[in-house]
Design a protein around this ligand. Sequence first.
Ligand code: MN
Length: 447
Amino acid sequence: MALQTPPLPLVQVLQRRRDRLAQLHPRPVVLWSGQPVARNFRANTYPFRANSHFLYFTGLTLPRVAIRLDQGQLTLFMDDASPESALWHGPTPTRETIAAEIGAIAAYPYQAVEGYLAEAATLPGQGGHNPDLGPDHSPALVEALVALRLYHDDQALGQIKAAAAVSMAAHRAGMAATPGATTEAQVRAAMEQVIIAQGMTCAYNSIVTVHGEVLHNEQYHHALAPGDLLLADVGAEAPSGWASDITRTWPVSGRFSPAQRDLYDVVLAAHDACIAIAKPGVEYRDLHLLACRTLAAGLVDLGVLRGHPEDLVEHDVHALFFPHGVGHLLGLDVHDMEDLGDAAGYAPGRHRSDRFGLKFLRLDRPLADTMVVTIEPGFYQVPAILGPARQSGQYDETVNWARLADFHGVRGIRIENDVQITPTGCTVLTAALPTQAEALEALVSAA
Ligand SMILES: [Mn+2]
């Protein structure tokens, strides 16, 4: 397990974050990094990933570490490695070394944190790896963490950009590998190879599939056929923990069929429309609805839907083909801070809608400078949605089922970029990876 040694400027960044927390939340706070989870015996663990709230204030990727933050001052709780441990893990930095590196005012053994919990605010069980704290997590702490982590400092933005650069290289490698690949697994391997070789990890389980209609498809065994579209949702995470999240959809053959291209361009229009208006003050929900209307308008133009785009969206007809939200927060986690439920995604007083077209919207607050969000509209033909919809007869006025049949082989398309909100608009952090159909064809065919 590699230890990240923070360079001096990072110490100052971390201190600034702790000071800001103290302003927002004067009470002491205790956070844990977490513990490795055993697979079958204690030494065979799932890959360890430190808790993101802990990472935000420490930059430490080590397991079994706790911190107490009080008025901006950090107390460290961790054990020195036992002498036997060096046999298996090699030498590791001591508690005192790490305390000095991250600017701790004091350092104690791990268990000693138990004596500091009484007055401290903390969080709900972070993946179940913490001491059992019951439900006494602090809503005030959640609010303070959200207020901090929604808006990114330069260090965070730099790390997200570094992760995004590796993700873009991975997608290029995936496109280049496609002509020579016979299975999804081979393309996935080509993509993750780039991420691993850069010393990064995947920010989430990769989706690399010719069945893009299965939204979180994590199988890679399907054969690639020349007429397939391959949907790849693959994102790198920097060693510091900062994430990126990119989706591209490209033709296995290197050429979109006319039907594929028509639908691809509709999804791209929805994506581009959102990027064009994203800026501080704009409601993310309005980006989502703009994507829905653009998609509906495109499907009307293609003869798949009938009616006015506004009405179609009002009645959630678009959601038959675009059943998820247009994106989410991005930061130390993909779907940043969703461990806090909707506390980060939804502005105070707002709650998820029951509507089919809105209930999977993960973000409903105004955009602001230095926020990073994804924009990821899609078009899917999900049998479990379209089958019952057709059976019901409810959509016979608005969906031209006969025309839809012309697109029957187009199962899933998604285009996803990472977008930083700037003072006057936005910057697409993943713009160097093309989204235009011809550009993707060129990248696949160039192999
Ligand atoms: Mn995403």
